[in-house]
Write a protein that binds this ligand. Structure first.
Ligand code: C5P
Length: 231
């Protein structure tokens, strides 16, 4: 059985290595899986990624890669050599997805496609000339990712059940935009509770601000773990 702490990924969306290190130290054994995004990457995030791996934690590099195939392939190969666990690639087109799979080679790196950012709503898609609803576009892109050989997708908790139904039991669903009823939603347009996401079939929940901006991050993480265990 998977432990609740395996399902919780804390986003280290902080401006400096020192701030992130301080948060990791405060969370201690409560949290075993961290996400490092672009903000921290440009402030020694890879040093922290290596340290976290050395300390037995799991690391998700949220790089949301999107470029020509050759560039994506070699970027993914470099990421795989770091020994990290999860890496994101934008799931807009099959050429990029297939290039990422080639770059991963025989490493254990899990590739996750970003389907539709959870901050986007119908108006944002209309503006881009995309006629599908966010929900339908998530499903379309999840199918493309699976066909290309990806391990899973990033999808909102509200869409987890539809993605699970479409992709079957072995495809990873990682859901950001997770909030407890008492949390503020921030800029997340499609937030979900841990219960909604997990009952819909999500494997991992990404939580950022409700933990990394909390006055007591450890207590905030424990509150999420309680909801995860109960779901
Ligand atoms: O602070 P909050 O809990 O909203 O953070 C969510 C995290 O998940 C952020 O690091 C954000 O970049 C990431 N994310 C997202 N939506 C996606 C993919 C990643 O919110 N589709």
């Amino acid at each position: 059985m998977t432990r609740a702490s395996d399902k919780l990924i804390v986003a280290l969306d902080l401006p400096t290595y020192d701030a992130a290190r301080d948060l990791v130290n405060k969370l201690g054994d409560t949290v075993s899986f961290y996400k490092i995004g672009l903000e921290l990457l440009f402030s020694d995030g890879l040093t922290l990624a290596r340290e976290l791996k050395h300390e037995g934690k799991r690391v998700f590099l949220d790089m949301k890669l999107l470029d020509i195939g050759n560039t994506v392939e070699h970027a993914v190969a470099s990421a795989a050599r770091l020994g990290i666990d999860f890496l994101t690639v934008h799931g807009h087109d099959t050429k990029t997805l297939e290039a990422a799979v080639r770059g991963r080679g025989t490493s254990n790196l899990k590739l996750l496609a970003v389907t539709v950012l959870t901050s986007l709503d119908q108006n944002d898609l209309d503006e881009q000339g995309l006629s599908l609803t966010p929900g339908a576009l998530v499903i379309r892109r999840a199918q493309m990712a699976k066909n290309a050989g990806f391990d899973g997708v990033i999808a909102s908790g509200q869409e987890a059940a539809a993605v699970r139904a479409e992709t079957g039991p072995d495809f990873l669903i990682v859901t950001p935009g997770i909030r407890l009823p008492e949390n503020e939603t921030g800029d997340q347009s499609r937030p979900a509770t841990p219960e909604t996401a997990l009952r819909g079939g999500a494997n991992h929940l990404v939580v950022g601000r409700p933990i990394n901006k909390a006055a007591n991050p450890k207590a905030a993480a424990q509150a999420f773990l309680k909801h995860i265990a109960a779901a």
